[in-house]
Write a new protein. Sequence first.
Length: 233
Amino acid sequence: MIDFYALTSPNVQKVYIMLEECGLPYTEHYVDVWKGDQFKPEFLKINPNNKIPAIVDRDGPGGEPYTVFESGAILMYLAEKTGKFMPKDIAQRYDVIQWLMIQLTGVGPMFGQLTHFKLFAPKGADSYGHDRYQSEVKRLYEVLEQRLGASPFLGGSEYSIADIATFPWTRNHDAQGVPFTDKPNLTRWFDAISARPAVKAALAKVAQIKSNRETATDDQKDQFFGRGKYARA
């Protein structure tokens, strides 16, 4: 059994998908980041970086409980544990890892920053941040489109953790200013993943989760974003 510390973000969605794809039993523990649950001492014992997702595998290495945080590390751990969605051949394996790293170091941070500046930047704020991240998001979608024109999936010929990691970040591509009308390769890939039963099951669970986002106070938002009195500048 796996204890899964979750809410609804794309990084959480990728772990939901992986757990469903692997058929692993898990128990959800909701960490409402809009209430500051991630700063509670009991959660900081699980992830000192106060972020979700995180898991505790009660049947970890040697049969002992083992904690994993950071979504990419969780995907790699579950792939190793189950022998799924990560090739054994070393070249194919590193094809997957390279595209996983693009999601972790490019797609996630850039798409996330664009979302922040679109939705949460103070009114009247300088547009430089928004424009910078919008440009980079469009560039990254072009990279993905080109890759998917040469390969059925991001990591190669087979569906892998590289696809599982990237897919949730592309679900809001229209809101990110990147319609897929001129991106046939991304459209094919996106539709194929959306149709997978495990993906449907995972997203159905995510859709049922309620958070404090819509009713969060200004102080709770400031704590979440590390601004105002919580800023370290």
